[in-house]
Ligand binder design. Structure first.
Ligand code: AMP
Length: 282
């Protein structure tokens, strides 16, 4: 496996794979790899001949009060995992390579980022679109794989690929969870023992609401309010717990038939922000 930190070499690598008539799938990550990431690598391998991974903690998607400095960085460990998974190449660039000078252009998002994480984290999805655009243009994959864990990211990238005509097929991988249901995340490492015990409560709460909605519950708002109260009583600080349309990522109170919805939650345990979601198809 090649670990590559410059643009020419990763382009040469991908071109040589394509010359051998191999299809290439790309999985962008911020590293501190866990089973969630590895599941995306394996899914990518099912859809393409070779898989390229990027490991880059993108400063543009962190707000000034967020955890950019604390974010776990474990490159050596991550490279060993990629090697073990049969990844063809890892692109691990520096900040100066990705942002070599003043960035005079940006990508603006008109819709799809008003609620959920976009509502709580100003500039977050603009930062993601910027880096994913750069990475797509550098790597030039046939396929790119992202996790349902960040479902709003997936939805916005889907729109980006469509509106900006990227010739890349997007695939979404399911959320990988610990045995107690907690969605795996690099940020789970921030949780202390007590918080870690509480953490699966978010998913349990979403599961309960999802079941009620699927069974035809009428008053979704009341149902959500009740769950939020319970989570708060347990020690969670709620950012949002709500039902959103998949298409517009906007709140919905009366889910109807033949539509796709996101039941999503973001909560804090101490300083740690946890997110999770369930897709509901009615
Ligand atoms: P990150 O390194 O957090 O930027 O995540 C890189 C990719 O892995 C994104 O597409 C995430 O949605 C995905 N991912 C993160 N956690 C999980 C998980 N628990 N299960 C599946 N995919 C995940």
């Amino acid at each position: 496996m090649e670990a590559i930190d410059n643009i020419d070499d990763i382009r040469t690598k991908v071109r040589s794979l394509k010359k051998q008539e191999k299809s290439v799938a790309f999985v962008p990550t911020m590293g501190a790899l866990h089973e969630g990431h590895l599941s995306l690598f394996r899914l990518a391998q099912q859809h393409a001949d070779e898989v390229v991974v990027s490991i880059y903690v993108n400063p543009e998607q962190f707000g000034p009060d967020e955890d950019f400095d604390e974010y776990p960085r474990e490159l050596e460990n991550d490279l060993a995992k990629c090697e073990e998974e049969g990844i063809a190449a890892v692109f691990a660039p520096s900040d100066t390579l990705m942002y070599p000078g003043e960035q005079l252009l940006s990508i603006h998002i008109d819709e799809l980022n008003k609620y959920m994480d976009g509502g709580s984290r100003p500039g977050f999805f603009e930062g993601i679109l910027l880096i994913v655009n750069k990475l797509f243009n550098i790597i030039g994959p046939d396929i790119a794989v992202f996790g349902q864990k960040d479902i709003q990211q997936f939805r916005i990238l889907q729109q980006m690929v469509k509106e900006f005509n990227h010739d890349i097929e997007l695939i979404m991988g399911p959320i990988q969870r610990a045995n107690d249901g907690l969605a795996l995340s690099s940020r789970n490492a921030y949780l202390d023992d007590q918080q870690r015990k509480l953490a699966p409560g978010l998913y349990r709460s979403l599961q309960y609401v999802a079941k009620q909605i699927k069974e035809g519950a009428q008053n979704v708002e009341l149902l959500l309010d009740h769950q939020k109260d319970e989570l708060q009583a347990k020690g969670f600080k709620i950012d949002y717990v709500n039902l959103f349309s998949f298409e517009k990522v906007a709140p919905v109170t009366d889910p109807k038939g033949n539509n796709k919805y996101i039941l999503g939650g973001a909560v804090y345990l101490g300083e740690t922000r946890l997110i999770d979601n369930i897709i509901i198809e009615k």
